[in-house]
Design a protein around this ligand. Structure first.
Ligand code: HAM
Length: 423
């Protein structure tokens, strides 16, 4: 029997993981710049947490969750996204009592959704996300958006588009909801069964139905923007003003409703506009979720955040033909010519590593020529050759691979010489 990686997942091999590490380093730097601190939550949670927050009528909860019953007969779910867990943790650890509000958190880790596999869509993917919880200042909406764009820009992406909408507050959404029901109800029989059950539960979800996307009633559906009450409209104006103030341009899209139920007010997505990018152009999605804390038993704590998958970021970089910094070279490779030399080489290797020098040696008992070839492939700056004579005389041969020179060096002086050469 042959085993394969499960559908929708991937192995990230060393040639790729180096790129991931570079992106992760950028993420850490940018989060530090904006004072967002890392939070790590479990990879599974009680199923009900996602039902309550992401929403019972969403595709994620209805079709895409990896849910299982554990041995204690509890329903658990592999997290399909990070916001629910972060807010759960915020409430559980009473972060609302921290002296510095809002609490600004970031996370990066695997998420799981049972989706149809295609380019840029996986069943396990890594989301980097941030959440700022505890403030309803529209400036923080702009901060969060700016942070996401900063990550992309530092990674080297240029072909980006920010799309913005406001979903308004509870009152605006209620008015819009009623208008949607009135709009779709007379023809609901022409829609898929999911949409039929969404009509009274959550008509907004009809708007992002993948099946009925092209139904003529979709394009003519009442737009949320027309139902924003004064307060919501003023909030949205302020968010835009803050974005304008820091030179972030955006496109308004009244149809941007997002696929999760917890959103209100600001909703946004960042898309790739690169020609080389595949069908899925959304790189990042986020928005405001005032009320989630209360929904799960916490105090009033307005929040805003976003998440982006690292996979899509890397695909976008590829589409824009961005190159990565090469992997770091090896400082020293040790070539040994017999068993005694191998033993000596192994202790030299240990000394080098203790001194912070990146070093490796042959473990395959190969001929000298093959060992030298490895040194070349690793781009070793220096090669140490140890044979029978070198063991007897307490020396090694030190070969500078940059200029090709070779010298005999006493064991006692080796570290000093190598450090000099590596300078
Ligand atoms: P989301 O729009 O469901 O939002 O996902 C955010 C991002 O995760 C997407 O834009 C995409 O980059 C990535 N993503 C989602 N599904 C997949 C998949 N199957 N394969 C690869 N990448 C994927 C959320 O998850 C919210 N929690 C974002 C948020 C945080 N809102 C407020 N705070």
């Amino acid at each position: 029997m042959k085993f394969k990686v499960p559908r929708g997942t991937q192995d990230i091999l060393p040639s790729e993981s180096w790129k991931w590490q570079q992106v992760e380093a950028i993420i850490r730097d940018v989060c530090e710049l904006y004072r967002y601190k890392e939070i790590r939550t479990p990879m599974f949670e009680q199923t009900e947490l996602f039902q309550r927050t992401v929403g019972d009528t969403t595709d994620i909860v209805q079709k895409e969750m990896y849910t299982f019953t554990d041995r204690g007969n509890r329903s658990m779910t592999l997290r399909p996204e990070g916001t629910a867990s972060v807010v759960r943790s915020y409430v559980e650890h009473k972060m609302f009592g921290y002296p510095d509000q809002p609490v600004k958190l970031y996370y990066s880790g695997p998420m799981f959704r049972y989706e149809r596999q295609q380019a840029g869509r996986y069943r396990q993917f890594v989301q980097f996300g941030v959440e700022a919880i505890g403030s309803a200042d529209p400036a923080i909406d702009a901060e969060v958006i700016s942070l996401a764009l900063d990550v992309y820009r530092r990674a080297g992406l240029k072909d980006l588009k920010l799309v913005l909408n406001s979903l308004g507050d509870g009152e605006s959404r209620k008015a819009h909801r009623e208008a949607l029901i009135a709009h779709f109800a007379p023809h609901i029989g022409e829609f898929c069964t999911d949409c039929q059950s969404r009509l009274n539960k959550n008509p907004l979800r009809i708007l992002d139905c993948k099946v009925d996307r092209d139904h003529p009633l979709m394009a003519s559906a009442p737009s949320l923007t027309d139902y924003l009450n004064e307060e919501s409209a003023a909030y949205f104006e302020n968010v835009k003003r803050y974005l304008d103030a820091i030179g972030i341009s955006y496109e308004l899209d009244p149809n941007l409703v997002r696929g999760l139920d917890y959103y209100n007010h600001t909703a946004f997505e960042i898309m790739s506009t690169s020609k080389g990018f595949g069908a899925i152009t959304t790189l990042c999605g986020g928005g405001r979720y005032n009320g989630v804390s209360e929904d799960i038993g916490g105090p009033h704590a307005p929040g805003i955040g976003f998440a982006m998958s690292i996979e899509r970021l890397l695909l976008a970089l590829e589409a824009e033909e961005k190159t990565f910094v090469d992997e770091p070279d090896l400082d020293v490779y040790i070539v040994s010519l017999d068993e005694e030399a191998h033993r000596k080489g192994f202790t030299v290797l240990n000394d080098l590593r203790n001194a912070g020098i990146r070093a490796d040696m042959d473990y395959m008992d190969r001929k000298m020529k093959a060992q030298m070839k490895s040194a070349d492939r690793f781009n070793a700056k220096t090669v140490i050759v140890i044979g029978e004579d070198e063991v007897k005389e307490n020396v090694v041969q030190l070969k500078n691979m940059e200029d090709g020179t070779q010298q005999k060096v006493k064991d006692s002086l080796l570290l000093e010489k190598i450090k000099e050469q590596l300078k």
